[in-house]
Design a protein around this ligand. Structure first.
Ligand code: CA2
Length: 146
């Protein structure tokens, strides 16, 4: 059966492509999903992209991933810098996890420099724009093939 990658997105990322294009670019999450689905299908994988503005919903999707996904790509948005609940949930997931940030969080305010999720992630991609999601899918494919 085809392995599925859950691509989880946190608060405000529903506005991608619609606000602050100078930071986050002009592509929407729908565009990201289409690009990642194409990349994944070329690698024999499938993706499911989800976005929520609610921390508990993201925790629930990570729990669901334990049963239904081989890997997780996650951009937790601002919850990156605050959420021990998301870190704890990811610590219950056994497959590879890649953290993605569209902007270079290290070039921004100091409160964005720390990530709880990085304590769990196999890799972190930041500052590559929305291309970071497709890069993460490629990296997941390499990790799953090991
Ligand atoms: O660079 C990233 O991907 C971030 O995870 C984005 C978060 C920010 O809090 C993190 O520090 C870094 C913010 C997401 C806001 O998304 C928007 C997208 C388009 C327009 C407005 C907000």
């Amino acid at each position: 059966m085809t392995q599925t990658i859950y691509i989880l997105n946190g608060p405000n990322l529903n506005l991608l492509g619609r606000r602050q294009p100078e930071i986050y670019g002009r592509e929407t999450l729908q565009d990201v999903e289409a690009t990642c689905a194409g990349v994944a299908s070329g690698l024999g994988l499938a993706v499911r992209l989800m976005q929520s503005n609610h921390e508990g919903q993201i925790v629930d999707w990570i729990h669901e991933a334990r049963e239904k996904a081989a890997a997780v790509v996650i951009n937790p948005g601002a919850l990156t810098h605050t959420s021990i609940a998301i870190l704890d949930a990811l610590n219950t997931f056994e497959g590879p996890v890649i953290e993605v940030h569209i902007s270079n969080i290290h070039k921004r305010e100091s409160f964005r420099h720390h990530s709880y999720v990085s304590l769990r992630a196999e890799g972190v991609i930041a500052g590559c724009g929305v291309e970071g999601y497709a890069l993460a899918v490629r990296r997941i494919a390499s990790l799953l093939a090991r």
